[in-house]
Structure formats: C-alpha cells, structure tokens
Design a protein around this ligand. Structure first.
Ligand SMILES: C[S@@+](CC[C@H](N)C(=O)[O-])C[C@H]1O[C@@H](n2cnc3c(N)ncnc32)[C@H](O)[C@@H]1O
Length: 415
C-alpha cells in the first residue's frame, strides 16, 4: 500500500473558523449549536469553487450547514440524516419566510410570553421525561420552559417552527449544562436541590424574547438557491437525491461521540424522544452510534460484508482488543462496524455523484489505547476501490491538545 501524502492546505493549526464556533452569530447558521458541526467558512470556501446552480449533497447533514450554505450561494443543496430532529432543524433553517409569516411570529411571541408569565408556579403542564431533569434547569427556569412549551403548542407551521428554535436556544442559555466542550457536561454545582427563584423564571422569558428577535432578523434574508432535506440512512441509496456536482460532508468520527446524547435536551423538549430506549434505538441506526442500548447491540454485531480495509483494520483492532482490558473487544468491534458502515455508504453514494463530480469528506483520525485508527487513510483505500480518480488526503487542522489527533480532507473525482 502506498502511504498517503498529507499536505497542509491551512496548516495543522487549531483553526477555530473551521468548527461550530465559527457558526455562532452568522445568521441562520447560528440558530442551534452542535459541537461537531463544521464551520460555515470552510464550507463556503469549498462551494466558492463551483459554478452557480450546482447540486451539492451532504449525506450526513447534522445541523444543515452544507445545504444552507449551498442555498445561500445560489446552489441546490440536498442532504440526508438519520435523525428526524436534525431534518426538521435543517428544513427550518433553509425555509423561505414571508414578511406576513415574520409578522405573525412577532405577534405569537408576545402572546406566548404573556400567557407564560400568567402561569401559576405550581402547574401540571407537560414536562419531558429527560433523566434527572432537575440537574439541567433550576425550578424557576423549568417552570418558564414548561409554560413557553405550552404556549407554543397552540401554533403550527412556520410560526411554530421559529418559536421552537427560540425555545431550543433559551433552554440552553438558562441550563446548568456547559456546551462549550467537545461533549456536553454539567457545571460544578452543589448537590442541594435548588429553590424556586422568580429571577430564574424571568431570565428564561427575557432570553426567549431576545432569541426570537435575533431569529426573526436572520430569517428575513432571502436564500438565492434552495435546499431539500431527506430523512434516511446514508449506508443505503437514498431515493429522491439528484446526481451531485459535489458531495461535501463531515461524517461521524470514530470517537464514540453520540449525536443523540448531545442533542437530547432539544429532542426531548421538541418531543422527538419520549424515553431513554428511543435514544438507544436511534443511535443504533447512526454510524458510530454507541449510546445506551446501542452498546449492547454492538456486542452481538457481525459484519454483513467484507471491506477493502479488513486487513489493515484487523491489525489495529487486535491491538485495541489486547490493550483495552475488558472494553477492548467492544471497542475493536466498534472500530470494525464504523468502517464497515462507511464502506456501505461509499458504495451507496457513488452512483449519486455525477460523472466528473467531486467528493470531499472532512474526517478526523482517532486513538484507542494509543493505537491510531487512521480513518482518513482507510477512507482513501475504500474510495480508490470505487469509481473515482485523483484521490487525495490533506491535513486541514490539529484537533485539540492531543498531539495525535488531526482533521483531514479526503477529495476525489468520480470517473
Ligand atoms: C459530524 S455530524 C455532521 C455535522 C454537520 N456537518 C454540521 O455542520 O452540522 C454527522 C451526522 O451524521 C448523521 N448520521 C450518522 N449516521 C447516519 C446514517 N447512517 N445516515 C445518515 N446520517 C447519519 C448524524 O446524525 C450526524 O448528524
């Protein structure tokens, strides 16, 4: 096997403009955060190379950065995700909002806030079954969120969609959870139950109003192009996708990060999740998902197909199994299943790329017990087995303080 040359396009520095941080405060891109989202600047740089009116596909849509950026630049964006909440989010971010709709949103905001402020402290409004919800919000904040949720339930269509985006943003701004890490965590707090504080309740209302104003402002901007989002599984061919001029995406990384885990506060409040088992079921459908019941399913997983990287993978997996103690076998299976599923994906997406069309995958490597899992190299081997030429891997940035972790871009052209 020829070693893969890694070139530094932007140099392997920690370039924050390439991550979700760069998406905050850039109009619709800043509506909701997901730590592993990639930066809109990087996406725009790649899209700038395309003629206007191109078709751009993202098979791992996440927060919809690619379809939104494509539509903003006058292209046709299309994307796929297994997670129905993310499909909803992407559709709301890429929708057209008339001035009548935005006026109706302003009226609805006032109405929802006025009703929510009138709700008595002790009420029996609907509350999501999020595990240990009292850790996430103080009693005052929780009271307000319930009252806002109840008020929003009286609306439908695009007005309700925008109110729900503001609810998502407010529930994060008044939460005890810290969202500025790779993975969501709780701020240090003493374990004493907090008392009801009217200031917390009022703060949540003030936040909601502020968020709503910013959302309406950014919803005013017209998109030059359009976008369609499909709920589906990118390991299989997705019906309804037009052949792409460019596939631009950042798939899940081989790092056991669960998108469902990260998104659970939004998904519970917006009723995409009702109980913990729903989360595990959905994560099992996601490539690299291992949260909740998905982990036990992994224990009995057997591959359906062989992949072109089985040989290289076996060597690394043997080391992980050897050095990983009681978790070794599970993690070795995790690494195997991840690449097995990506192989299914590469085979499924290839016929959905135009001849001469390009693919660009932003992917990180990972380490388990100091053994590197070079996903970028294994992607290149898989893509070379398919109908592509000009397969290249470039290093685009260093990921974090772990010296071994980088982000790469794999590019190739369909024959
Ligand atoms: C790294 S995130 C994408 C982030 C995105 N680029 C952004 O800017 O928000 C990977 C996404 O792949 C989705 N995903 C995982 N397995 C999938 C599958 N089999 N089919 C479609 N989407 C999948 C996850 O739900 C997650 O949203």
């Amino acid at each position: 096997m020829t070693p893969i040359k890694t070139l530094g396009r932007a140099g392997p520095a920690r370039n924050e403009h390439m991550t979700f941080r760069a998406n905050m405060g850039v109009g619709r891109h800043g509506w909701l955060r997901l730590t592993p989202a990639y930066g809109v600047r990087l996406v725009r740089e790649r899209l700038a190379e395309l003629p206007e009116g191109s078709t751009v596909t993202d098979p791992f849509s996440g927060t919809g950065t690619t379809p939104l950026a494509a539509a903003e630049l006058g292209h046709t964006g299309q994307s796929v995700d297994v997670n129905p909440f993310l499909i909803w989010l992407g559709r709301v971010k890429t929708a057209h909002y008339s001035s009548e709709t935005l006026l109706a949103v302003a009226h609805a905001t006032r109405d929802v806030l006025a009703n929510a402020r009138r709700h008595k402290k002790k009420n029996d409004l609907w509350l999501p079954k999020l595990f240990r919800i009292e850790k996430w919000w103080s009693p005052g904040a929780l009271h307000s969120l319930k009252a806002l949720r109840n008020g929003i339930d009286h609306y439908e269509g695009p007005v309700r969609d925008l109110l729900e985006i503001a609810l998502c943003r407010s529930l994060i701004s008044c939460s005890n959870a810290a969202f500025n890490h790779q993975s969501m965590s709780f701020k240090e707090s003493d374990e004493k139950p907090a008392l009801f504080d009217m200031n917390d309740a009022e703060m949540a209302f003030v936040n909601f109003e502020k968020e709503m104003t910013a959302i309406v402002e950014s919803a005013r901007f017209e998109l030059l192009g359009s976008a369609t989002l499909h709920q589906g599984d990118s390991r299989k061919g997705v019906a309804g996708l037009a052949p792409a001029d460019l596939v631009l995406t950042s798939p899940p990384y081989v790092n056991r990060m669960s998108y469902i885990r990260e998104l659970r506060p939004y998904m519970y409040w917006l009723r995409y999740l009702d109980q913990a088992s729903d989360a595990g079921d959905l994560d099992w459908k996601a490539i690299g998902g291992t949260w909740g019941t998905a982990t036990s399913k992994l224990n009995s997983w057997v591959p359906e197909v062989k992949t072109p990287v089985d040989e290289s993978m076996r060597k690394v997996c043997d080391l992980i199994r050897r050095d990983g103690g009681k978790n070794g076998p599970l993690l070795a299976t995790y690494v195997h299943k991840y690449h097995h599923d990506m192989w299914l994906h590469f085979q499924a997406i290839t016929p959905q790329v135009k001849p001469g069309g390009k693919v660009s995958y932003i992917i990180g490597n990972s380490t388990f017990y100091k053994h590197e899992v070079p996903a970028h190299e294994w992607y290149a081997i898989m893509v070379r087995e398919l109908d592509y030429t000009d397969v290249k891997v470039e290093t685009i940035r260093k990921r974090n303080s772990n010296k071994a972790l980088f982000e790469y871009e794999l590019t190739a052209t369909r024959r």
